[in-house]
Design a protein around this ligand. Structure first.
Ligand code: SF4
Length: 512
């Protein structure tokens, strides 16, 4: 079930025309779970006009860590030259306190950063962003959150014309398209490149002079603009603005290109207008509850999800508890509405990084246990309402239920924050293929029996959309309905398929 890759500790640096690249990897056994969970996607951050741009970006990435734990990196711009430091692991693995020099060498008043979960392309170092290249007009670096559905076709076309690709991530396509554009201004080249792509993207791109931020025309992924004194900041979520005390200015609008330069901010909308389709799953699972995305507080939406669940699916029980963390607010909302007490029936280990040693022997349910442990005294002999954000394959839920039963829980009434997931996401959230989703081939009653719970209820689509307080037609609901807001090209492959080529050797994945 679990795969391991051993990487040697080290660091290498090389200089191409305008980009100082430093790649880092840490000694450790990387545990990659082929597990049963929805995974986050990516987080992006950008600063222009602050002498400590890289340090601000480092702090911002810390706040966005929940959006991706496989890799992190920062590119800064100093006198027009780009400096890049990327590595696998958490932000704290890539920029550990004992290696300040990694951050100190990222000088300049422009920086962009990225935390990665690989929704497309393998999880190797070469795919860690920001990506940076030299091209005919200079250098540029890019950080992308989202997933393109026509990247494979574009890549094939570009390769047939002689383009050489360095990574396997869909994000690299952007760089080639920008480099080919004949427009005069950098920001126009970015906008021109984006006319070729279909799918989800929130981007920050810099050529060392300008910092350009874009949200795709449907606005699948969030992107905020903040101010810190005279500096401008871009961040996937407001929690990353809070950590550096930046003021929240506004969200980048769907289809908007925002250009920051020494002369200030300008904005234009080069794409034909289409309906907004923000990812509603940001509210259910992805975004942090202390963030505001798509104009709404994630905390407030989650509590309303819980209230809606309690109204639609009440239960005779002694307490309400959550599978932490993304369900905490939903369980609180359920408890408030139902009048039942809320209790912390599970304790989550917050110190689980991505590098820990897999046990030699087959320890039962290890993957779940290392993260969660029931607080036996709180739940023994009780009838509980258990709230979780979603059910994917159902195997993790089954293990969680078993753990609770072993603690002597009397009844389990399982309540799910979102409707049944029946289709995979093509826009940047890592879900299994549709056939592997338990709700694609089992009814609610069948899932209840499979999980061995006393009752099971999912959120309705109406309950989900109404909790946001925004019009339902402004959201993508494709994983619950199978209706995708964009065309899905026939050649589109499930986003995880390139992982077949994952490098499990005991060498660093790449030295570029
Ligand atoms: S398919 Fe689901 S997870 Fe993907 S963008 Fe749409 S709502 Fe979000």
């Amino acid at each position: 079930m679990y795969k391991t890759a051993v990487r040697r500790a080290g660091e290498s640096a090389f200089l191409t025309d305008g980009i100082l690249n430093i790649l880092a990897w840490e000694r450790g056994i990387v545990m990659a779970a082929s597990d049963d969970q929805i995974h986050e996607e990516c987080g992006i951050f950008g600063v222009l006009g602050h002498p400590e741009a890289a340090t601000l970006t480092y702090l911002g990435l810390y706040s966005l860590q929940h959006r991706g734990q496989e890799g992190a990196g920062i590119v800064s711009a100093h006198d027009g030259d780009l400096r890049r430091f990327v590595g696998v692991g958490h932000v704290s693995d890539v920029f550990p306190t004992g290696k300040r020099h990694r951050l100190e060498q990222l000088q300049g008043d422009i920086a962009i950063g990225h935390v990665r979960y690989s929704t497309f392309g393998s999880s190797t170092l070469k795919n860690v962003q920001p990506l940076a290249v030299d091209y005919a007009r200079g250098s540029m670096a890019l950080a992308h959150n989202g997933n393109l559905v026509n990247a494979a076709r574009l890549r094939e076309d570009l390769e047939s014309q002689g383009h050489l690709f360095h990574a396997t991530t869909d994000s690299e396509v952007f760089l080639h398209l920008i480099a080919r554009s004949q427009k005069e201004r950098f920001s126009d080249c970015v906008a021109d490149a984006l006319t070729h792509v279909i799918g989800a993207y929130s981007l920050v791109v810099t050529n060392g002079e300008e910092l350009v931020a874009v949200r795709d025309p449907h606005g699948f992924r969030p992107l905020w603009i903040g101010r810190l004194g005279g500096a401008y900041v871009f961040a996937s979520e407001t929690c990353a603005l809070d950590i550096i005390d930046a003021d929240w200015e506004r969200e980048v609008e769907p289809g908007e290109v925002v250009v920051l330069s020494r002369s200030g901010l300008e904005s234009f909308k080069p794409f034909a207008p289409v309906a907004s389709k923000s990812c509603i799953f940001e509210f259910v699972y992805v975004a942090r509850p202390d963030s505001v995305v798509f104009g709404r507080s994630v905390d407030q939406v989650r509590k309303q999800l819980g209230r809606n669940l309690a109204k639609a699916a009440p239960a005779e029980a002694d307490l309400v508890m959550a599978v932490p963390d993304s369900s905490n607010q939903v369980a609180l909302g359920y408890a408030h509405e139902s009048g039942l007490p809320f209790d912390m029936g599970f304790i989550r280990n917050h110190y689980v990084g991505r590098t820990f040693i897999e046990p030699d022997q087959n320890i039962r349910d290890f993957g779940v246990k290392i993260k969660l442990n029931p607080a036996r005294a709180a739940i023994e002999g009780k009838r509980i309402v258990l709230v979780d954000d979603s059910i994917v394959r159902g195997t993790t839920s089954k293990k969680i239920i078993k753990m609770l039963r072993r603690c002597g829980v009397k009844e389990i009434h399982f309540r799910i924050s979102c409707p049944p997931i029946i289709s995979g996401c093509h826009y940047g959230i890592d879900t299994p293929e549709s056939a592997q989703l338990i709700s694609s081939h089992m009814s609610v009653d069948e899932i209840r029996d499979f999980l061995e719970v006393d009752s099971l209820a999912f959120q309705t689509i109406e309950g989900l959309t109404s909790a946001t307080g925004s019009p339902a037609d402004g959201f993508c609901l494709a994983c619950f309905t199978g209706n995708y807001p964009t065309p899905i090209p026939a050649e589109f492959k499930p986003k995880r398929s390139p992982r077949r080529h994952r490098d499990h050797s005991n060498e660093p994945a790449t030295r570029d």
